[in-house]
Design a protein around this ligand. Structure first.
Ligand SMILES: [Zn+2]
Length: 271
């Protein structure tokens, strides 16, 4: 792999960063002193629309779902859960800043919320549908890699992204080798959280089950707690888009994720 100098550098930097983290920062157990903190990360924003549909767009859908989850927490569980939103309005936030918000808050769980799509030229794109929840790791299929490439591609809208991400190229599959190194950081708890969310998106929000998957998402990689990335459904499917664009659909998605956060906190909290 001598041809991959920038990626090796990125590899080395992140590996050293991970190794240098004090144990207290790696530990994911919520402490009894502070409330369980969940970071709700509405993807995209501002100049970055995310996926565009015919009647809606990703950045608007996911912000509304994140705000609905926050409202549910404040109404039903404010004594035990502290929600933090990475953005509260239509603002562009770089990926590394999103992770920093969670790291600085010493959060217990990071939930990044997105809407899926497939390339405009793909056959059957109007038929594909269903929810999936990702944890960070090396992808097992080209389809999973494509989702990570698209979500990571937003860094190209950031100024100085080649410096910030140490030469990581979101569109080069070779860059994704680094995610092999992430196998033992909070993997079990991240998968548990992902499964809890996925289960409820299927049973309570009526989404088809596209599974709990792994792929190399930069935003998850940079967090120091169990973290997941939710793809609610496909905006390129007209029926799924109508659901995501509707108040009722967003409410159902928010409630499903909220219920999963409650279940996760109950399982992993010391209280
Ligand atoms: Zn997205």
């Amino acid at each position: 792999m001598t041809v991959l100098k920038p990626h090796i550098l990125w590899n080395a930097v992140l590996f050293l960063l991970a190794a240098a983290l004090p144990c207290s920062m790696r530990a994911a157990e919520p402490s009894a002193q502070k409330p369980f903190t969940v970071v709700l990360d509405a993807g995209h924003g501002g100049k970055d629309y995310g996926c565009r549909g015919k009647i809606s767009n990703e950045k608007t859908i996911v912000l509304d779902v994140a705000k609905k989850i926050e409202a549910l927490i404040k109404k039903e569980a404010s004594d035990s859960i502290k929600p933090i939103l990475t953005r509260k309005d239509d603002t562009f936030i770089p990926l590394d800043e999103r992770a920093s918000i969670a790291n600085d808050a010493n959060a217990d769980l990071f939930v990044s919320i997105h809407v899926n799509s497939v390339a405009a030229k793909s056959r059957g794109r109007e038929k594909v549908h269903g929810a999936s929840v990702y944890t960070v790791g090396l992808h097992k299929s080209e389809a999973n890699l494509a989702v990570a490439m698209r979500e990571n591609g937003v860094i190209e809208l950031e100024e100085d992204f080649t410096q910030t991400y140490q030469g990581f190229d979101p569109s080069s599959s070779e860059s994704y080798i680094i995610f092999e190194l992430d196998q033992n950081r909070h993997v079990a708890q991240s998968i548990e959280a992902a499964s809890m969310i996925q289960e409820r998106l299927v049973s309570d929000a009526g989404r088809a089950d596209k599974g709990v998957l792994q792929a190399g998402f930069l935003v998850l990689w940079a967090t120091r707690m169990p973290s997941v990335l939710v793809e609610l459904d496909f905006i390129c499917n007209p029926a799924a888009e109508r659901f995501l664009a509707s108040e009722d659909g967003r409410k159902k998605c928010a409630k499903a994720i909220y219920d999963a956060i409650i279940a996760y906190r109950t399982k992993f909290s010391n209280k």
